[in-house]
Design a protein around this ligand. Sequence first.
Ligand code: FES
Length: 112
Amino acid sequence: MKPTTSTGELLGRWVKACKRAELGTNQMCSFDFENKQILIADLGGQIYATDRICTHEEADLAGGFLSEEGVRCPLHLSVFNLRDGRPQNPPAELPLKTYNIKVEKDEIYVEV
Ligand code: FES
């Protein structure tokens, strides 16, 4: 399924990202807020948020693939752990920034 992109809504330091019901298991969605491009991923029912742009050559990870190891970049296939953002294989060397998330009343919020 193609990831959806929305524009976040700021509530304090939390940004409303997307509806929980719209993010299925092992799917991704994304949103833009100010100068941030953020990826939201459901991996086995656990939700993670990271920067969406690969640290290697700036591919959009929303076009990548989820697996048990994390999100795989569509351009050169580095896999990033969604918990800590660290690349699991080259060519990427730098980690993605990760964000805290919370779910309230079917809304997923990301702390910016
Ligand atoms: S752009 Fe992502 S691994 Fe190269």
